[in-house]
Design a protein around this ligand. Structure first.
Ligand SMILES: [Zn+2]
Length: 171
């Protein structure tokens, strides 16, 4: 009995260790996404930043590029998906995590499903156009075969502050 409970404690501790390791990683990666968001703001773009991570390695990082590229689809998430797919030479982005500072819109959520990205980590909610849970719930639609694991609220205050100060400066 003692052996059994010892084993349970061990497993429990290991699970907690894995969970906190993952949380630390999420925060670290979100800090890189925030750097991309700030760089986008400096370039006059709406400051959203994203990363595509595979096996703990950053495959691609970018901010929004819609104005610079004259491309309405050049949201940070789309840019990193395109770059990462070229790097992996595969249009399916298996075993990857998409980090983005703001809740993805319907276009980006749709592209995540096309790419079969298994995990999304985002910072702040977007009540006006968020397509994960704020406005639409595209990723958790019951008709979808592909399921995305979602972690939200990572450095949410910092992610929201970058957007808010960008628009405050423009008023
Ligand atoms: Zn988008």
């Amino acid at each position: 009995m003692r052996l059994l409970s010892g084993l349970c404690v061990k497993v429990f501790l290991r699970e907690r260790a894995i969970l906190s390791f993952r949380m630390n990683n999420d925060i670290e990666f979100m800090q890189y996404a925030l750097e991309e968001a700030r760089a986008a703001a400096a370039a006059g773009e709406v400051p959203v930043g994203a990363l595509l991570v595979h096996d703990g390695t950053i495959l691609a990082r970018s901010g929004n590029r819609t104005i610079r590229d004259c491309d309405p689809t050049a949201h940070a998430e789309i840019v990193v998906m395109r770059k990462a797919a070229r790097t992996l030479m595969n249009y399916r982005l298996a075993d990857t995590t998409l980090y983005v500072t703001i809740e993805p819109c319907s276009m980006c959520a749709g592209a995540m499903i096309q790419a079969r990205i298994p995990r999304l980590v985002y910072g702040a909610d977007d009540p006006k156009g968020g397509a994960v849970h704020s406005y639409f719930e595209i990723l958790s639609h019951e008709g979808l075969n592909h399921q995305v694991e979602i972690t939200s609220g990572v450095l949410a205050d910092d992610c929201a502050a970058v957007i808010q100060s960008f628009f405050a400066d423009r008023r």
